[in-house]
Design a protein around this ligand. Structure first.
Ligand code: NDP
Ligand code: 2IT
Length: 459
């Protein structure tokens, strides 16, 4: 038995976290998003590390927060007017202790090293939670796909792969999509990889189904968020039936979260993009969703067109949807999109559950508010793992040279999301029965990666 009280131990852990963070910030100056994600994990796992001589002796905290390597390269390409353009691209190979590097590629003008390091760090833990043999990575470029023609996007993707192909491989590193990168971009990159390496292998996931892609991959992140939300509700004797839900974003994750939410009895009343949000009190039903898919995936238009098409809906320019009273909030756009103020409003309006479709949707203060208010709050590394789970399934199908049915992929996805939920409960249930999903996800994910690192010795 410890001679310290629980409060004294928590205070001691906090002192250690602060000291550790000072070192990390010194080694990684200015990388605020990376600092934020590391602190989130450090807060959860430091008490465990303090009680574990092996983790301390093997310097797991220092080593698990240091990427294995980062590749930075220039991508030159020509636009439609014949101008030569140059962008910067990165691949952060964070940790391959439990499997080949795995994680998405993001194309967005604001992408930088800090954002990609935070995403790769989070991915390491998310992938651990899935139980699949997947290490953690992330990459991308400060390329803005908005307003680019089809052939400009193709030339950019092809050029990027001319450098990236030497750093990836089905047993080395397997990129996928993320913001600004969907099936179109993945297929362009895969086509170029195949040509350069002369290998048809599962080196990228999220491919079209005609050339090695998996059924239900496109839908998997959004479906997974809703499956996880349902698991949280069911554990507390609730269901999705009739629940009003706010969703942010209108990309890959948001659209399919709305699809599954509607199928399971919930009602999505908001959707957004970076220009503002739509509030539709009647709910976004299946017909409206099909129109939205065409708007966003085919025509690549703006969300405000919704109000011209559907009566009763309102567009709120430059605003986020968190002021709309709802039972459930599913942030599916970008990091830090729920501020403390937004969390307070959601709580005030009686929100029951918040599940992160985007990675690190909540600021640290927002997250603390939700936990303090006993909201069912799922961090992205647990709630949005469905995308990488389906990626893992795509890798397996590629290796088997088989294609599973829609039903098989979906039922396996549901099952893995249930297992992730179970792990969070096992590690995060408090004495009063409330589950701190943040602590649960961090601890369950950390232990698996840390134990593998211990087993390898000082590598
Ligand atoms: P998409 O590119 O398909 O869509 C992104 C959506 O979010 C768009 O509606 C976009 O609006 C909006 N958005 C992006 N950046 C911002 C911003 N800075 N401020 C406001 N709105 C913004 O991306 P995904 O749906 O794939 O990704 C969304 C989130 O989900 C990201 O955090 C991603 O990391 C995460 N995620 C993605 C997975 C995947 O497999 N794709 C898996 C798990 C998580 P606009 O078009 O106006 O820019
Ligand atoms: O954030 C994520 O989990 C993704 N963008 C999906 C990563 C993947 O490798 O499928």
């Amino acid at each position: 038995m410890s001679i310290l009280s629980t409060t004294e131990m928590a205070e001691a852990a906090q002192v250690v976290v602060e000291r550790f963070m000072r070192g990390l910030i010194r080694r990684n100056p200015g990388e605020t998003e990376f600092h934020q994600s590391v602190r989130g994990v450090a807060d959860s796992v430091t008490p465990l590390i303090l009680g574990n001589d092996v983790y301390r002796r093997m310097r797991i905290a220092d080593r698990i927060t240091e990427p294995d390597r980062i590749i930075i390269f220039r991508v030159s390409w020509e636009d439609d007017k014949g101008n030569v353009r140059a962008n910067r691209a990165w691949r952060v190979q964070f940790n391959n202790s439990i499997g080949p590097y795995k994680g998405g590629l993001r194309f967005h003008p604001e992408v930088n090293l800090s954002v990609l390091k935070f995403l790769a760090f989070e991915q390491t833990f998310k992938n651990s939670l899935t139980g699949l043999p997947l290490g953690g990575a992330k990459g991308g470029a400060n390329f803005n796909p908005k307003g680019k023609s089809e052939s400009e996007v193709m030339r950019f993707c092809h050029s990027l792969m001319v450098e990236m192909y030497r750093h990836i491989g089905d047993d080395v590193d397997v990129p996928a999509g993320d913001v600004g990168v969907g099936q179109r971009e993945i297929s362009y990159m895969f086509g170029q990889y195949k040509r350069l390496a002369n290998r048809f292998e599962g080196v990228l996931t999220g491919k079209g189904v005609s050339h090695g892609g998996s059924l239900v991959h496109t839908e998997s992140s959004g479906y997974g968020v809703v499956y996880f939300t349902l698991n949280m509700l069911e554990r507390t004797g609730q269901s999705l039936d009739g629940k009003r839900c706010s969703v942010s974003g209108s990309g890959n994750v948001a659209l399919y979260a709305i699809e599954m939410l509607t199928r399971l009895g919930g009602k999505a009343v908001t959707i957004s993009d970076s220009s503002g949000f739509i509030y539709d009190p009647d709910g976004i039903d299946t017909d409206k969703l099909e129109w939205l898919k065409d708007l966003k995936q085919v025509r690549r238009g703006r969300i405000e067109e919704y109000v011209e098409r559907f009566d009763g809906a309102a567009f709120h320019p430059d605003k986020q949807p968190w002021g709309v009273p709802v039972d459930i909030a599913l942030p599916c756009a970008t990091h830090n999109e729920i501020s403390e103020e937004s969390a307070r409003t959601l709580i005030h309006n009686g929100v029951v559950a918040v599940a992160e479709g985007s990675n690190m949707s909540c600021t640290p203060r927002a997250a603390r508010r939700l936990v303090d208010a006993r909201v069912l709050y799922a961090p992205g590394k647990a709630a949005n793992a469905g995308g990488v789970v389906a990626s893992g399934f795509e890798q397996t199908q590629n290796a088997q040279r088989m294609a599973w049915t829609k039903e098989e992929v979906d039922s396996r996805l549901r099952s893995v999301m249930r297992t992730i939920h179970r792990k969070c409960v096992d590690y995060g249930e408090q004495s009063d029965g409330y589950v701190n999903y943040v602590t649960g996800a961090n601890l369950a994910a950390f232990v698996k990666v840390a134990d593998a690192m211990v087993a390898y010795g000082a590598v």
